[in-house]
Design a protein around this ligand. Structure first.
Ligand SMILES: C[S@@+](CC[C@H](N)C(=O)[O-])C[C@H]1O[C@@H](n2cnc3c(N)ncnc32)[C@H](O)[C@@H]1O
Length: 263
């Protein structure tokens, strides 16, 4: 997804309720761009849509007529939402998402627990998988395993709420998954997401996310800084805002303006 398409999608989704930030949207757009540049083809899958805020971007990522977007959410069966993450609503989701879909059969919707969905139900061949459903450890681990089982070579999984005090289950699931599956590597943590790819593909993705010029073209610049740190035995690129830049003071405001003008 190029910068213009990414910014168009952001304009379309920003009024929708949910938790998907501008920078997370650009992380998705650049991941999609890497896949387009490297010839990675396949479907897109999202677990956890809520009102469709992240889903609208995924709809816009459907680049070929043979690609489908598959969604799984409990939607109106909130009694089954045991971790109380988000609150799907099918009518709102449908209103927000389906008008942007290229055709009605390009979007497949499973209104159920993701734990009740199997690789056979999904079919193989997914290039981009967004995990943002149940946030308990066993739910998130099952979602990681399901997504890993249907991901094409060169594909990417993005999991939400990777390092948040209110969702330790997601962190536990990721650590358990990476410990058990050395063929997968965490590549980038930032904007509340973790990008996981197969070990063979890690450098191709990492080099794009280390390219500050590319990130700036998508509007990801100061106050975001990077560092490379080990996480579960892998060097992971971290996007973070230094604590001194988190409060808006006249100085940080001036720095934001200065860096905004320079890039
Ligand atoms: C945090 S919200 C998703 C937010 C959305 N991706 C966004 O960026 O705005 C989590 C969603 O997952 C759904 N959900 C929770 N547990 C689930 C499960 N076990 N299986 C399927 N969906 C689940 C909820 O209904 C809710 O809509």
């Amino acid at each position: 997804m190029d910068t213009a398409a990414a910014k168009r999608a952001w304009t379309a989704l920003k009024g929708i309720g949910g938790w998907f930030s501008y920078e997370a949207a650009m992380l998705f757009a650049i991941t999609d761009r890497v896949q387009q540049e490297d010839g990675v083809r396949g479907h897109i899958f999202e677990i956890g849509s809520h009102h469709g805020r992240s889903t609208v971007l995924l709809v816009d990522m459907l680049s070929r007529t043979d690609e489908k977007l598959v969604i799984c959410d409990l939607f109106d069966d909130q009694a089954a939402n045991v971790s109380a993450s988000g609150k799907g609503d099918f009518a709102i989701f449908e209103r927000n998402v389906m008008r942007r879909a290229p055709s009605s059969d390009s979007v497949v919707i499973h209104r159920k627990l993701s734990q009740d969905l199997s690789a056979d139900d999904l079919g193989m061949g997914y290039r981009f998988l967004h995990i943002d459903g149940g946030h308990n450890a066993d739910e998130a681990l099952a979602d990681l395993e399901l997504c890993a089982s249907v991901m094409v070579p060169g594909g990417a999984m993005l999991i939400d709420d990777i390092l948040r005090v209110e969702w330790p289950g997601v962190t536990e699931a990721v650590v358990r998954f990476l410990d058990a599956r050395p063929e997968f590597t965490p590549v980038v943590i930032g904007f509340n997401k973790l990008l996981i790819v197969r070990a063979d593909d890690a450098e191709r993705y990492r080099s794009r996310f280390r390219d500050r010029g590319l990130m700036a073209a998508y509007g990801v610049r100061f106050p975001w800084q990077t560092k490379l740190l080990p996480f579960v035995g892998h060097d992971v690129l971290i996007y973070y805002v230094h604590s001194s830049d988190q409060r808006i003071t006249p100085r940080t405001l001036a720095k934001r303006v200065y860096h905004g003008l320079r890039s």
